[in-house]
Design a protein around this ligand. Structure first.
Ligand code: TMP
Length: 217
């Protein structure tokens, strides 16, 4: 029997991916599909400690781009081996809020680290554990910023970059979606969340009949 899919969500801050992860998880729950939701950076005890360092630790302020890259990869390699691969092997559908495309875009394109090295480190961290499908939620910067201003919490270290950084992030996601159109589905993230949820489910149902057959949604 084919295993259930490994699904990832990507996009810049404020794009609504976490909302969509929740909506997809709710659909799977209602239909009795076994699944696991995780996130990057994080998802394991080691990864969550790395997340704190990357986003909130006061001494993270002087972090170099190279250190940042390696910390994201360290979190990922732990997550893949401790959680994602074993869960897929146990027959679960795995949903991750971010995965290696974030590194390609944020550390490769926006931080402008060597693309080849970033690609090699991604491969080193994940091995053969590549998502079956990735949804990139694409939104313009103004919408993203107004959504983030509505959020009550203090911006983390990664959310304090200049506007150009997030423009590069958006453009890099769009380019990546074109380059890897078999795996990556670009979604207009400015639409109503329920409309996006329906669009995502339609795509998943048609690509993974094994998943949708279990579902009476
Ligand atoms: P978020 O998951 O709450 O959006 O926060 C994660 C932050 O970390 C976000 O700013 C994107 C950034 N990030 C990278 O720069 N590279 C990566 O590889 C990952 C997974 C996240």
């Amino acid at each position: 029997m084919p295993r259930l899919p490994f699904i990832t969500f990507e996009g810049s801050e404020g794009c609504g991916k976490s909302t969509q992860v929740g909506k997809l998880a709710a659909r799977l729950e209602r239909s009795g599909v076994p699944f696991l939701v995780t996130r990057e950076p994080g998802g394991t005890a080691i990864g969550e400690t790395i997340r704190e360092l990357l986003q909130f630790a006061p001494h993270g302020v002087g972090m170099t781009a190279e250190t940042e890259l390696l910390l994201f990869e360290a979190s990922r390699s732990q997550l893949v081996r401790e959680i994602i691969k074993p869960s897929l092997e146990r027959g679960l559908c795995v949903i991750s809020d971010r995965f290696f495309d974030s590194t390609t875009v944020y550390q490769g394109a926006a931080r402008q680290l060597d693309e080849q090295i970033v690609g090699q480190l991604n491969v080193f961290a994940v091995g053969d554990c590549v998502p079956d499908i990735t949804f990139v939620l694409d939104i313009d910067l103004a919408t993203a910023q107004s959504r983030m201003q509505r959020g009550a919490r203090k911006p983390d270290r990664m959310e304090q970059e200049p506007t150009e950084f997030y423009e590069q992030v958006r453009e890099a996601y769009r380019q990546l979606a074109k380059r890897e159109s078999n795996r990556i589905v670009l979604i207009d993230g400015t639409q109503n969340p329920d409309t996006i949820d329906n669009e995502i489910w339609k795509t998943i149902s048609s690509r993974f009949p094994a998943l949708s057959n279990k579902s009476a949604i």
